[in-house]
Every structure is written in structure tokens, then in C-alpha cells.
Design a protein around this ligand. Structure first.
Ligand SMILES: Nc1ccn([C@@H]2O[C@H](COP(=O)(O)OP(=O)(O)O)[C@@H](O)[C@H]2O)c(=O)n1
Length: 395
């Protein structure tokens, strides 16, 4: 509905709801905008996720059937390359090539006449946050140049490092949108757990005031969406992603062997004939979690949590992963399982430790392990494209 001022005859294409004659002979009218028959608009948005372990492109197609209604997400085209941009810290041009390669997918997916109005945006996460500033900047500049050379629309600030709060909040938006929780007025939503290589995020809508009151001030974020404000509990732990946690754990043991992550090579080692087993591994890993991860007041409750990224990937790699007993077997029979998956015991122990000792989930908690919902990736990227089109005002 628009408010318009008319100085002449009223056009017949408008449907007027209310008009008021003003003293200067003009009329102020409330009208419904003209609705052309067969109105349907298709548009696209490109979101790059520059993660610590890989770079991904999400190409979203939206269809707006009616000018007064919100567009709907029609489909997503997804592609990924490895390693992530941070692995090219000393050769940004080579890193840029991976972006060029992914842009080719966008050109194939989006009709040519739409290119000029399709926004292209890249947001980097833990990998670039952990790099020295000048190296991260050189990589971002390289990407910006490639975007400028592309036929797509490059909005202002289209190539940035995203902060941890936005990463957590936007993943919450994605999952709640895809599971249909944002349309209803019930304010019933689901929480999210995202385990990346460099950082890990937890986000949920607290039901109890105490959860908000007992949380550190910067763990509470507000977001405006569909005319309501959500006050979320959210935090991103930098250095507590799965691969960064491996590094922290191994660092405690001393170092021999070369191991690369995020553009750096580390010396790592184990004690060949030392003690192994689940209990000792758990104790060692506890040092990476205890005193670092804040336990939200409410998490022990009955809320539903969707867990994705490495939570999903590692679970899939673990035979009989539903069984906690099996984890003990993997760790206690290292000679059997190490050759198949050398980090399996360490990773699953870290995940268990993070969920239980860190966030305070109960042994009996059932998480919804997800990769896609309705054929769309569970990732912050969809939330980020919504934020681009609608400005969700996260603060
Ligand atoms: N769209 C995506 C993005 C990441 N991932 C997974 O997320 C994990 C690592 O996330 P990441 O490289 O973005 O790490 P951070 O930069 O967030 O710490 C890997 O297991 C990826 O395969 C995914 O499954 N789908």
C-alpha cells in the first residue's frame, strides 16, 4: 500500500482505498499499487563462503510472484573448492584463481541478462580471521579485483571478513527459515551448532530470562526480521573449530611431524609407545575446552538443536556413530582404526567434550545432524544473502 498525492484525475490502474480532499484542491489517497497481470520476477544472489578449510559458492534463485509479496527461495546451486583462501596467504593471485573458477559456475547458472543486477558477495570466516592482517587484506583485495572484473553487480563492502556474531546469527536465520520456523507467530525456533575448521558457533533463542542475564554481554545479539525482534544467545569461539582444536591438543604434546593448516606448517607429534585410550584422550582434550567455553543456563532444556558442518561430516565418517560405546572402542583400539582414519578418536572425543563439558548438553540429548534442508545447504550463507537484500540489522 502506498500513500500518494494526486493533482490530476485519478488513474484507473490504481485501486484506491481512501482519499481525502485537501484545502489546496489536491487529494491525498491511499492506494494499492497497480498489479500487472502475470507479474513474476526472477532474481539471483551469489554468496561466497571463504572458510578455513575451503571456499564455497552459493547461487540462490528467488522468484517474486507478486509485487506486494516477499520473494520466495526457488533453488540453490552449490559448489566448493579446497583448500580455503587462507592456504594461499603467501600467493594471493593463486588463491584468486579458485574464486575465478567458482565464478564460472555462476556464469553457467545465471542467465546472461541477469548478470549485471546479480550481487556477488564474499564473506570470510575463521581462516582469514586467524591470518596476520596484511596477508588477509592482500587476499581480500585480490578477490575484490576479480569481482570488479566479473560481469556481476559488486555492492559496497562486498568482500569482507565476517564477525563471529553475524556468522552464528545468520546460520540461525538459515536453519529456522528452511525449517519453516520463521513464518509462524509462535516464536518456536530451533538452535544451531556449527563446527568449522577454525571456529565453532552456538546460537539459540533463549526462553528463560536467566539465560540472557547470566550470559556475557557480547553473547546476546538482536536481529530484526518479519517485523519482530529476536534476542539471541550466540557466540563464535575462534580457535575452537575442529582443526584448530586438533592443533591445540597436539601442541600440548610436543612436536615432530609437519602438518599444514590455514597457510602454516606446524610440527606435531605423538608418543609412539605412550598410553592411549579414550579416558586419557578425553583428559588431554579437556584442556582445549575447560574454562574457554561458556555454558549457557538453558541448554540442558528440551530445545531442538541442528548440528552441521564438521558435526555432520565426522559423524558420517564414524561407523555406528550413534553409539557412544563405539567411540570408546575407536579410541581404545587405535591399531585397528588409526590406519582408516587417523584423527577419528581425537575428533569424536573433542566433539563429545565440547558438547558435554563445554556447552553442557546431556548424554541423552539428541541433535539433528544435517547437511541440507529441502536441498539447500545448512550454512550461514543463505542468512547472509537475506541480510544483503533486507538488512536484518544485527546488533
Ligand atoms: N556449505 C558448507 C560449508 C562448510 N561445510 C563443512 O564445514 C566444515 C568446515 O567449515 P569451514 O571451513 O567453513 O571452517 P570455519 O572457517 O567456519 O572455521 C567442513 O566440514 C565443511 O565440509 C559444509 O559441509 N557445507
Amino acid at each position: 500500500v502506498d500513500a500518494v498525492v494526486w493533482h490530476g484525475p485519478l488513474p484507473s490502474t490504481y485501486v484506491f482505498i481512501y482519499c481525502k480532499q485537501m484545502t489546496d484542491q489536491s487529494r491525498v489517497c491511499l492506494s494499492v499499487a497497480p498489479r500487472p497481470v502475470n507479474f513474476s520476477r526472477t532474481f539471483y544472489g551469489i554468496m561466497f563462503d571463504a572458510g578455513s578449510t575451503g571456499t564455497r559458492i552459493h547461487i540462490y534463485k528467488f522468484i517474486q510472484k507478486d509485487p506486494v509479496e516477499l520473494p520466495v527461495l526457488d533453488s540453490e546451486m552449490y559448489n566448493a573448492v579446497k583448500p580455503g583462501l587462507s592456504a594461499y596467504a603467501d600467493m594471493p593471485e593463486v588463491g584468486g584463481e579458485t574464486i575465478r573458477q567458482l565464478l564460472k559456475v555462476a556464469k553457467k547458472t545465471i542467465p546472461k541478462e541477469q548478470w549485471i543486477q546479480t550481487p556477488v558477495v564474499l564473506k570470510a570466516t575463521a581462516g582469514l580471521r586467524l591470518l596476520p592482517q596484511e596477508k588477509a587484506k592482500a587476499l581480500l583485495n585480490e578477490v575484490k579485483e576479480i569481482f570488479d572484473d566479473s560481469p556481476f553487480f559488486v555492492p559496497e563492502n562486498s568482500v569482507t571478513i565476517m564477525n563471529g556474531t553475524n556468522e552464528g546469527v545468520l546460520a540461525w536465520v538459515t536453519v529456522n527459515f528452511l525449517t519453516g520456523h520463521l513464518y509462524t507467530k509462535t516464536r518456536k525456533t530451533v538452535g544451531i551448532l556449527d563446527l568449522g575448521g577454525g571456529s565453532t558457533q552456538i546460537t539459540f533463542l533463549p526462553r528463560l530470562k536467566k539465560t540472557v542475564l547470566t550470559a556475557p554481554a557480547d553473547y546476546i545479539a538482536k536481529i530484526n526480521m518479519f517485523n519482530s525482534t529476536f534476542k539471541l544467545y550466540t557466540h563464535s569461539y575462534l580457535g575452537n573449530g575442529l582443526i584448530a582444536a586438533r592443533l591445540a591438543t597436539l601442541g600440548a604434546l610436543g612436536a615432530d611431524e609437519d602438518w599444514s593448516f590455514g597457510g602454516l606448517t606446524y610440527k606435531v607429534s605423538g608418543i609412539p609407545d605412550g598410553f592411549a585410550g579414550y579416558k586419557l584422550c578425553y583428559q588431554e582434550i579437556m584442556q582445549v575446552v575447560k574454562g574457554i567455553v561458556h555454558q549457557p543456563f538453558e541448554v540442558k532444556g528440551s530445545s531442538i538443536f541442528y548440528a552441521f558442518s564438521y558435526y555432520y561430516d565426522r559423524a558420517v565418517d564414524t561407523p555406528n556413530y550413534c553409539s557412544f560405546l563405539f567411540l570408546k572402542q575407536v579410541c581404545n583400539k587405535m591399531t585397528k582404526y588409526r590406519p582408516i582414519s587417523p584423527f577419528l578418536c581425537m575428533d569424536m572425543t573433542y566433539i563429545t567434550c565440547l558438547l558435554k563439558e563445554g556447552f553442557g548438553f546431556k548424554d541423552s540429548t539428541v541433535l539433528k545432524l544435517t547437511k541440507k534442508v529441502n536441498n539447500v545447504e545448512t550454512s550461514w550463507a543463505l542468512g547472509a544473502i537475506f541480510d544483503h537484500f533486507h538488512n536484518l540489522n544485527i546488533h
